[in-house]
Design a protein around this ligand. Structure first.
Ligand code: ADE
Ligand code: ZN
Length: 321
């Protein structure tokens, strides 16, 4: 079995509906029935509705132990698919929304990483993210807390959310703070924004990778720049098809970007929302883009080389492929 590594997955977006119901029940919390379409499916019909649905699911994570459970549960599922490394986006803003401290949020996730590593020999690391549509002030607050609270599992800073809102330069103070403290950074760009959104991110933020970046396909010069500068793309074909960016996997430019020399990786983004998993992304990519086992191994190598963890861990992980 091909070993897999994932760099782009939102922890609050990894919960299957059954886990959300379980957390809501154990916390005696209400969950709006409209959050779900069926026992195992979330209900949303466009990207903005998805973000709302994601917030509702995230609001059921109320305690440090809930975060431990969500993290452990996700890594356990990844390990079953021969995944050796996962870099997870955590969102302190979502934790704060339910009254949880930054420390509890982080310690819960770290405990889940420890439990999963002990049991399944899978390694997890954390990228702390801000939420773009909440604005630059909140992003800076997250970055300040991030820099003030170092943790061995926290390896980078990032930004998710609605990229059609605000401009990347508004977030430069937050990203520069994180970067000057020695951390690598990544941002969602070129998902619901076009190639100009990617270029604005590259021009204004100290980013080492791009979350999605798939709409670089609309600008040949930008593709060449991303390839030449070896800026890894965190591609998520299943997510992009589910949110309606592309008709199907064969129309997704994963292979075109790969053939153009871009450093590509495969990711699940918010797996139960998009009826996918990291294993499913690898299987579907192999089929849709006619990838060989050696291509898939190279994609895993790309992810490990582009990871924000330390070099010693990268060496250990590369030796497993
Ligand atoms: N937050 C969770 N999933 C996201 C996505 N696909 N794009 C932007 N922000 C997100
Ligand atoms: Zn994402």
């Amino acid at each position: 079995m091909v070993k897999k590594a994932e760099l782009h997955v939102h922890l609050e977006g990894t919960m299957p509906p059954a886990l959300v119901r379980q957390l809501a029940a154990r916390n005696s919390a209400q969950i709006d029935p409209a959050t779900f379409k069926s026992e195992s499916e979330y209900a949303w019909d466009d990207f903005w509705h998805f973000l709302d649905c994601y917030d509702k699911a995230a609001a059921t994570i109320l305690t440090k132990d809930d975060y431990r459970m969500v993290t452990y549960d996700y890594l356990a599922r990844c390990a079953q698919e021969d995944t050796i490394y996962v870099e997870m986006f955590s969102s302190p803003d979502h934790a704060a929304e339910v009254g949880m401290s930054y420390a509890d949020h982080l310690e819960g996730i770290a405990a889940g990483i420890d439990d999963a590593q002990r049991e399944f020999d899978i390694v997890g690391r954390i990228i702390v993210t801000c939420v773009r549509h909440l604005g630059a002030q909140k992003a800076l607050k997250v970055a300040e807390r991030f820099v003030a609270t170092p943790h061995p599992y926290v390896v980078g800073f990032g930004m998710g959310g609605d990229e059609t809102q605000f401009h990347p330069k508004d977030f430069a103070p937050a990203f520069n703070l994180a970067n000057k403290a020695g951390f690598k950074t990544t941002t969602h760009a070129g998902e619901f924004g076009g190639p100009e959104s990617i270029r604005a991110s590259l021009d204004n933020l100290p980013i080492s990778r791009i979350g999605h970046g798939v709409r670089a396909i609309e600008d040949i010069a930008l593709i060449a720049e991303i390839a030449d500068r070896r800026i890894p793309l965190e591609l998520s074909p299943g997510s992009n098809v589910a949110t309606g960016l592309f008709r199907d996997r064969s129309s997704h430019p994963f292979k075109a970007l790969m053939d153009a020399g871009c450093v590509v990786t495969l990711n699940s983004d918010d797996p139960p929302f998009f009826a996918t998993s990291i294993g499913h992304e690898y299987d579907e990519a192999a089929q849709s883009y006619h990838l060989s086992e050696s291509d898939l191994n190279q994609i895993t190598r790309n992810a490990i080389l582009a990871a924000f963890c330390d070099e010693a861990l990268k060496e250990e992980l590369l030796a497993k492929i």
